[in-house]
Design a protein around this ligand. Structure first.
Ligand code: AMP
Ligand code: GLY
Length: 430
């Protein structure tokens, strides 16, 4: 039986969601996005160009087109309550309700929930709602701190004292935020992402991925939404032991259990970002959705029918048998406009090379008369897939290099050299 699935969002992550859904024979795709993503549009039977947070327009489109389900890509519509509103209209969603999405949209909620329920992996933290108190704490604190605005910041609001700034810089930053911050101990280690499908009760993990937040090679420069990511054929990472991975998954299981018993069951994709420290994995944050770029890594490997995963999530009957990923490596590289993230060069035309095998996911790109132009955000991504990390990296790199125009990418993502650096960093810590 066919099912109409509405995908909300227009970035690289949503292109990956749309592609994976489109491989399902039963799925007819509908989409809503603020700007036309040529990749998603070409897979969709009907498209609404509209801000994802314009709830009345999205509802009208979903109902009039007969959407059976919705999959929500970005966090902004979750925070605007899109799931509650769609479900009121009888359209079940892969994505949490407003209350369950607080895990991401309110960093203070997340930490308090972890602490109250004794969920492991919670760093020492304090929440502040006044500059004076937060600044007093910073001045007295021995050691380094992570400074996090309480609300959503598109992955760009966190600053690390001792890395991006000194103590006085931290004070000035907190003042500029009006004092609404979570301050927490600075964790040292290697980061990894664990995403999972959750149906309210059951949780099924996806392969581990490592993202690269910094703009430039060698992890230099400002934080971005993520410049690219890789995953390994064994679905783990070489600096993460089986025990680490098990602990990280246990933490996420606990979160799902707590949300269920609080009467706000979590349904959708739960994204755990962990710092693997000398003592094991600690939670940097949870997101209430797929990661971007991480969605492109894992969904490019999905062998099971995504449409049927959607129905199982919605009916609360998901099991590990429903979800299978190819045992291959992936390397995702984003092309971004020159000057990104601070002063991106927009409206620059791109030309594509030929003879590349990597999957192409469009993100923030404008198509006019068959020519693609850069916009302000990440432009497009290539995902190389291979039996080894090396092969996947070569494939992604070749494709990324073949694009001509005022764009750049991180050539070091997925390389052996960078991997060795991660492994030796972990060895130093342990
Ligand atoms: P977030 O926006 O929470 O993903 O944070 C952005 C980045 O800040 C993360 O990818 C980490 O690199 C860093 N970060 C966040 N919290 C901490 C922490 N407690 N200790 C060290 N680094 C952190
Ligand atoms: N890649 C990080 C995020 O999606 O938040």
């Amino acid at each position: 039986m066919t099912m109409k699935v509405l995908v909300i969002g227009g970035g690289g992550r949503e292109h990956a969601i749309a592609r994976a859904l489109s491989l399902s024979e039963e799925v007819i795709l509908l989409s809503v996005m603020a700007k036309r993503n040529p990749g998603i549009a070409s897979l969709s039977s009907d498209v609404l160009i509209e801000k994802e947070t314009s709830i009345p327009s999205v509802l009208k489109f979903a109902v009039s087109r007969g959407a059976d389900y919705a999959v929500i890509g970005p966090e902004a519509p979750l925070e605007a309550g899109i799931v509650d509103r769609l479900e009121e209209r009888g359209i079940p969603c892969v994505g949490p309700t407003l209350k369950a999405a607080l895990l991401e949209t309110d960093k203070a909620f997340c930490r308090e929930m972890m602490q109250r329920h004794g969920i492991p992996g919670c760093p020492h933290y304090r929440t502040f709602y006044s500059s004076g108190d937060a600044i007093g704490f910073i001045r007295d604190y021995e050691g380094d701190l992570a400074i996090k605005p309480i609300g959503l910041t598109g992955g760009k609001g966190v600053r690390i004292m001792g890395e991006h700034m000194d103590r006085e810089g931290a004070v000035a930053y907190v003042r500029s935020l009006g004092g609404n911050v979570v301050l927490e101990e600075r964790l040292v280690g290697e980061e990894f992402t664990l995403q999972a499908f959750v149906d309210g009760k059951h949780i099924v993990p996806m392969p581990l991925v490592q993202d690269h937040k910094r703009a430039f090679e060698g992890d230099q420069g400002p934080n971005t939404g993520g410049m690219g990511a890789y995953s390994m054929p064994d679905h783990s990472l070489p600096f993460v032991t089986d025990a680490d991975r098990g602990h990280a998954f246990d933490i996420m299981k606990e979160v799902v259990k707590v949300m269920e018993s609080a009467g706000t069951p979590y349904r959708g994709v739960l994204y755990g970002q962990f710092m693997n420290t000398a003592e094991g994995p600690m939670v940097i944050e949870f997101n209430a959705r797929f990661g971007d770029p991480e969605a492109m890594n894992v969904l490019s490997l999905l062998e099971s029918d995504f449409g049927s995963i959607v129905t199982k999530i919605v009916s609360g009957s998901l099991s590990g048998n429903d979800v299978r990923f190819a045992r291959k490596a992936t390397v995702c590289k984003y092309l971004v406009p020159d000057g990104y993230p601070e002063t991106p060069r927009t409206g620059e035309p791109l030309t594509f090379g030929t003879g590349t095998e990597a999957l192409l996911y469009y993100a923030n790109v404008e198509e006019k008369d068959g020519v693609f132009y850069t916009q302000t955000s990440r432009t497009l991504a290539f995902v190389g897939i291979g039996d080894s990390l090396n092969k996947a990296e070569e494939s992604a790199e070749k494709a990324a290099k073949s694009v001509r125009g005022r764009v750049r990418h991180r050539s070091d993502i997925g390389t052996r050299a960078l991997l060795e650096k991660r492994i030796s960093h972990m060895k130093e810590l342990r």
